[in-house]
Design a protein around this ligand. Structure first.
Ligand code: GLN
Length: 203
C-alpha cells in the first residue's frame, strides 16, 4: 500500500497521522528531504503557515516539496496546509512562501474579522453521506480560483455564506477546516483512495 507522509515541522501532525492510519494508509512524519523521497503523497497539517513556511526553508524542504507537488504528487492541506498549497496568499507575512499546487488566492485569518473559531456544516462534492461537521480555527477562505480548480465545498449560512472552503486541482486537495480534529474519516479515506489511484496510473 502507499506511504503517506505528514509534513512534521509544526501543527497538528499527530492528528493527521492517526486519521491516515485509521483510513488504512501507512502514515509517516516527514521532516527531512530523504523522508520526503520515501512517501507517495503528503499531508500538510493545520497550524501556523508562517512558521511552517519558515521551517520548510530551514529544513531544506521548500524546493523539494515544490518539485514533488509540481510533478503531481498527491497532496492534501488543512487550514494552514491550504495556505501552503495556494499560489497566492493575502494577509500573509511579506516573506511567506508556499508550495503551490492549487492555482488560487487564499486570505489568511479571513473569518477572524467576525469570529476566531466556529463550526459549521459543509457538504463536500464527491463525498456522500451527511455534511461534514467542519471545525474552523483562524481559518483562511479562498477568494479566487483559476480555471481547472474544482470547488468542493462552501460555507452555507451566516455572514460568510458562499465562501469557498474546499478545493481540488488534479491531485492537490485543500480544506480550510480540520477533519483531522473530528472522528469523521471520510475525507482522509477519500484522499487515501486518490493516492492509491494516482499510484496505479503512475505504474
Ligand atoms: N491562521 C493560521 C495560518 O495563517 C491557520 C490556522 C490553522 O491552521 N488552524 O497559518
Amino acid at each position: 500500500s502507499s506511504a503517506v507522509g505528514v509534513l512534521a515541522l509544526q501543527g497538528d501532525v499527530r492528528e493527521h497521522l492517526a486519521a491516515l492510519a485509521e483510513a488504512g494508509a501507512v502514515a509517516r512524519p516527514v521532516r527531512r528531504p530523504e523522508e520526503l523521497e520515501q512517501v507517495d503523497a503528503l499531508v500538510i497539517p493545520g497550524g501556523e503557515s508562517t512558521t511552517i513556511s519558515k521551517l520548510a526553508e530551514t529544513f531544506d524542504l521548500l524546493d523539494p516539496i515544490r518539485k514533488r507537488v509540481g510533478a503531481g504528487m498527491p497532496v492534501y492541506g488543512s487550514c494552514a496546509g491550504m495556505i501552503m498549497l495556494a499560489t497566492e496568499v493575502l494577509d500573509g507575512r511579506p516573506d511567506q512562501q508556499s508550495f503551490g499546487g492549487i492555482e488560487m488566492t487564499v486570505r489568511r485569518n479571513a473569518f477572524g474579522r467576525q469570529v476566531d473559531s466556529f463550526e459549521a456544516p459543509v457538504e463536500i462534492t464527491g463525498i456522500p453521506g451527511p455534511s461534514f461537521h467542519a471545525v474552523f480555527i483562524r481559518a483562511p477562505w479562498v477568494e479566487r480560483v483559476a480555471d481547472g480548480v474544482e470547488v468542493l465545498g462552501r460555507v452555507t449560512d451566516g455572514p460568510a455564506a458562499g465562501r469557498i472552503v474546499a478545493v481540488r486541482q488534479g491531485n492537490a486537495v485543500a480544506t480550510a477546516f480540520h477533519p483531522e480534529l473530528t472522528g469523521d474519516r471520510r475525507l482522509h479515506q477519500w484522499f487515501v483512495d486518490l493516492v492509491g489511484r494516482a499510484g496505479e496510473s503512475a505504474r
